[in-house]
Design a protein. Sequence first.
Length: 430
Amino acid sequence: MDLAGKIKGSVDLGEYDGVNKVVLAYSGGLDTSVMVKLIKEVLGAEVITLTLDFGRAEYANSDLKGMEKKALAMGAKAHKFFDVREEFFSGYIAKAVKANSLYQGEYPNSTALGRPLIAKYLVAVAEHEGADAVAHGSTGKGNDQVRFDVSVAALNPGLKIIAPVRDWELERDEEIAWAAENGIPVPASSSKPYSVDANMWGRSCECGILEKPFEEVPEDALEWVTPPEKAPDEPMKVKLWFEKGVPSALEFDGVKITGGVNIVGALNDIAGKNGVGIIDHMEDRVVGLKSREVYECPAATVILKAHKDLEKYVLTREENDFKPAVDKLWGECVYRGLWHNPIMKELDAFVDASQEKVSGWVALKLYKGAAQVLARDSPNALYDPNLASYNAGSKFCQKDAQGFIKLYGLNTVMAGKVAEKAKEKAAVIV
């Protein structure tokens, strides 16, 4: 199969005039492995590959040096690698926690959060290397094309953006065949029916049987979370500390660890083993399609549940009523690729102000798929047991409630009187 020839014969390559050097977001998977060689052959451009370590569990078990060798063997001029785990936590995950980021109430935006950070490094490397364009492996049906393209354009509108799978209408079967013919090694996972993406905040899985919403999620689609029925019979109890809305420490089995990256990693392991964090989600994509997505987000599930509980403990009723609206818009903007839209800074300003009081700890029980809050405490709690208690000695004067109720119900009582008068008038007319 002459895939490069097919593209040259069917695609108007005039739009790529002046593209001599391209920085490619490189995962080492099928699409990006093929692209290294394909971009060179189709456009005659130099390719620099870029890989970021987001704390993805799969990377911990892979040879990152091997990825570099593979990229260079495919014809890349150079390979760039950056460990962004700390930056990803402090600049992206921490903000998501403070904003209780859950797209459509279910998805912690794990993949979506990582895309603007990849775009940031794509642009930085392109500018440093004097590249004319950046490239990524997104399809025309997915969300990532929006997230990458909008972020890159916001950071450097002068860079051209190439998405070969979308722009050149590549198909998976022909990519696999072309890779085999050209000696391009692809991961064994490429032969599996699933499309997977992962970072420390979560793992997404789609395609294959998952495209049938009426079928259960098969066990072989899961890697991070033990099916709840196979989880340990004894619950695991953890205590999670927050400082101004950000996870600061985790205690379990007499061990206490600190540091956001360490906390997320430990909770992914602990909660995952106890069946916590499987999300089977019917999702509305940016392009308008509905998609069945399966996510494994053990740490995110536990942290977000604990954080929201602590917020309810320390924020006023009005703050707890209003903030969910801000959180919802924050999560939708991240999902839709609007990380650099001015609204994000404005939303962050409110969120950050609200988190000044969100410090304390929350204890949870992890058991067979459930994360149950057991207790919480904070120096900023608005709960006063001396007022709330029904026992003798309470400082709350119950007689004061009589006057409050009269004023509180005044409009309702007046409305009732007006309605009664209307009935009497109607009866007279009849």
